[in-house]
Ligand binder design. Sequence first.
Ligand code: FES
Length: 150
Amino acid sequence: MERRKFLSWVGVGMLASSLPVAIAACSSETSSSSPAETSSSATPEIDTTPDAEGFTAVGTNTELTTKGFIYDKQLGVIIVSNGGSIAALNPTCSHQGCDVDWKGNTGELVCPCHGSKFGVDGAVLTGPATEALPVYEFKQEGDLIKVKIA
Ligand code: FES
């Protein structure tokens, strides 16, 4: 075998042998980051099975105190803490469906799409939205905050 052919085969062999490693590296990275990216639960370790009254644990008071809000995209709820009071709301803007952001410094939920603002009671403070954000019933059990999605 000629030297050039031999080196060519060695190159192909090295490429072929490293391909599975590269694929494995990519797939393990994807699986480890995927839950964090797709999980909307702020505290995935809590039991999110609804209780007998239909309340689902969304997060903890500790987390709420630390972050000022808990957002669960999967359940479609945002829990906010404002001056010692807590509210649970549907974060979907009533204008065109964007998810609102909690602004703890002003105590408002602000839509990033067209600027509508909502109070912690869900009421529209500034349009273009004209309908309030739905407010959910919630309860606290120990450190857990549970929400009843109607
Ligand atoms: Fe929220 Fe338009 S979607 S203001």
